[in-house]
Write a protein that binds this ligand. Structure first.
Ligand code: PRX
Length: 635
């Protein structure tokens, strides 16, 4: 079992060096020994970042679901694959064994086929965190359909934009969803979205909350009766290594969300290998990632990575605060969770509640704690380490992105000594580089710069759906022959990396990537708004919150500003979703602009941060006088 499971630091360095010196041999060995192939590859890697084009395991044939399900049946058929924990504590948890998962995925795959879905078709999945979500993802993969999961907190407009961009022919949804004490009318949101989606001919509806919904004849079908009739055997479609597995949208600095395309073989190999090592998963461990499958974290580390390793993966439907802020810890105790993976925003929200609800529960099963999605601040790191890990469970601060498919910079627990707020060392096979503003790589330690990656890794996104040029412009044009991440980072004296945050117009709020442009577009839809600019400012729970500077069309006199604020947030909720609401809205007479008409966000950011001692050079502005005015009225 060479190199698959790294157990000490020396071994890490040794394997890392090998993965960099002989990447093809290295990944070939991993792929060969640990996965099931219908046909092996002709070539391990071909790449050209100038196009950009990257291919891993070309010529290979496989089906990822055979790797995630079928091959475990002989030895792990009765082992729990998915452990579903419902929103409501009075509802029983559900254990889905590998045998049952096989049956349910195959039935679902047959339903998709019967409804006219075939290889290469796009299927939009808009479901809450119920087993059908993981099962429908796998069912798509079984028949070679490309899934596009849209987080079920997105609005109807955001949903229809994503459906149309990749021309999905089917939507899989539920009548509604539970979220803490609330229910959400998911089907109503889908109905609204589909008014603008001529490409969709079928909607499959899972029953979850038993609400009254309208079913459009000919288009909408209840899922369960179709499943009841379907056969539980569905031959897996034989896929090529580079066939798309899924599309997942992420925000960009401008306009349209980017449909990142992930392909089959490399994604499988890398997510499985990282899962095994980053969480040090051992047979019979119970692993829980609190993310939603609507995000990349859920794709890679709730579904594919864990199942490819035959793991038990927990799926939690609810929220950390329901019925009280002890819910996470109650679940850890109940299922004796061994690896727990969450986001800094959740840790901060829970830390605010004190430790009473933590102490109520037995957390002694925990071995490894994970963090993902945004920089974890020192205070949250220590709270997590002291109160949840009891100073004995290492925290893996994992840095990665929707685009990278898998974890890129991270400690390996019990292997890499951790350091608060540091993601520490590149994972095996990852070659990071820090770049200066002249496009030169900064060598040595105790330096900082823009974070790039200079060699391909198996799970990198291959393109943006329908827009390869944008893929090239966004990721491969800032620095020659390198993938640019959009993040800044520093490297300390021992070579540990610390991610310092985005260097573009993406703001991370509660761990969610939000582009400023689409939010500004939404704000500008308000009839009274002439122009707007959105920046982030520090927030003690969300990490960042949004600050909007808004110019009204008239002077705004006589207008109830609070009403306008509410209306603006209402429009944002409709266009994007409640996660993009503005915490502060300042009405202003102007925005600082360069002579070429570009908004100087640097200044707006400083004002929102209440850091106005050094605003830098404002003399080149077209309208320097507005700066004082904005400062005087800052919120
Ligand atoms: O800025 C980095 C931040 O989240 C961005 C990627 O967001 P997304 O594509 O939504 O994927 C999130 C889950 C993988 C990155 O560009 N980020 C993610 N993890 C960390 C982080 N920032 C600091 N530390 C992390 N551990």
């Amino acid at each position: 079992m060479s190199n698959y499971h790294i157990k000490h630091l020396e071994e890490y360095y040794q394997v890392y060096r090998k993965s960099v010196r002989e990447p093809e041999n290295f990944w070939e060995e991993i792929a060969e020994e640990h996965f099931m192939w219908r046909k092996k590859w002709d070539k391990v890697l071909s790449w050209d970042f100038s196009k950009p084009e990257v291919k891993w395991f070309e010529g290979a044939q496989l089906n990822i679901t055979e790797n995630c399900i079928d091959r475990h049946l002989a030895t792990r058929g009765d082992k729990t694959a998915i452990l579903f924990e419902p929103n409501d504590t009075n509802e029983a948890s559900e254990k889905i064994t590998y045998n049952q998962l096989y049956e349910r995925v195959n039935k679902f795959a047959n339903v998709l086929k019967a409804q006219g879905v075939s290889k290469g078709d796009r299927v939009c999945i808009y479901l809450p965190m119920i087993p059908e979500l993981a099962i429908s993802v796998l069912a798509c993969a079984r028949i070679g359909a490309i899934h596009s999961v849209v987080f079920a907190g997105f609005s109807s407009t955001a949903l229809s934009t994503r459906i149309n961009d990749s021309e999905c022919k089917m939507v899989i949804t539920s009548d509604g969803s539970y979220r803490g004490a609330k229910t959400i009318d998911l089907k109503g949101i889908v109905d609204e979205a589909l008014k603008d989606c001529p490409c969709v001919d079928t909607v499959l509806v899972a029953k979850r909350i038993n609400s009254e919904i309208t079913m459009e004849a000919g288009r909408d079908k209840w899922l369960q009766p179709l499943l009841d009739e379907a056969s539980s055997e569905c031959e897996a479609e034989v896929m090529k290594a580079e066939d798309p597995l899924f599309i997942l949208y992420t925000s960009g600095s401008t306009g349209m969300p980017k449909g990142m395309v992930h392909t089959t073989a490399g994604y499988m190999v890398y997510t499985a290998y990282t899962f095994k090592n980053v969480f040090q998963y051992r047979e019979n461990d119970v692993y829980w990632c609190t993310a939603d499958i609507g995000w990349i974290t859920g794709h890679s580390y709730i579904v594919y990575g864990p199942l490819a390793n035959g793991a038990t993966t927990v799926m939690f439907e609810g929220v950390p605060s329901y019925p009280d802020f002890g819910r996470f810890w109650e679940i850890v105790e109940k299922h004796k969770v061994n690896q727990f993976y969450t986001a800094p925003t959740a840790i901060r929200a829970l830390a605010k509640q004190g430790t009473e609800l933590v102490e109520k529960y037995d957390l002694s099963s925990l071995k490894t704690l994970g963090s993902v999605g945004e920089p974890i601040n020192e205070e949250a790191w220590h709270w997590y380490n002291d109160n949840i890990g009891k100073k004995k469970s290492p925290i893996v601060d994992t840095w990665w992105q929707t685009e990278t498919g898998g974890i890129m910079i991270t400690p390996i627990p019990f292997v890499t000594p951790t350091k608060p707020t540091y993601a520490t060392l590149p994972f095996i096979g990852i070659q990071p580089a820090l770049m200066d503003e002249h496009g030169e790589e900064i060598k040595g330690n105790q330096v900082d710069g823009r974070l790039c990656v200079k060699f391909p890794w198996p799970s990198m996104a291959r393109t943006i759906w329908g827009n390869h040029q944008r893929y090239k412009d966004t990721y491969f044009s800032a620095f020659e022959n390198k993938y640019f991440t959009g993040d800044g980072a520093l490297r300390d004296e021992v070579g540990y990396y610390r991610i310092t945050g985005r260097v573009d117009d993406v703001i991370i709020v509660s761990g969610h990537n939000l582009g400023t442009a689409p939010i500004e577009d939404a704000v500008n839809e308000h009839p009274a708004v002439a122009e707007s600019a959105i920046v982030g400012f520090p927030h003690d729970v969300k990490g960042n919150a949004l600050y909007g500077y808004v110019i009204l069309k008239d002077t705004g006199e006589g207008r109830d500003h609070n009403n306008v604020r509410k209306e603006i947030n209402q429009i944002i909720t409709e266009h994007i979703g409640p996660i993009a609401k503005l915490d502060k809205i300042q009405f202003t007479s102007g925005l600082p602009k360069t002579r070429s008409g570009k908004i100087m966000r640097r200044i707006l950011r400083k004002i929102a941060h209440k850091d106005t001692s050094n605003l830098g050079d404002t003399s080149t502005l077209l309208n320097p006088e507005v700066v004082q005015d904005i400062m005087d009225n800052a919120l």
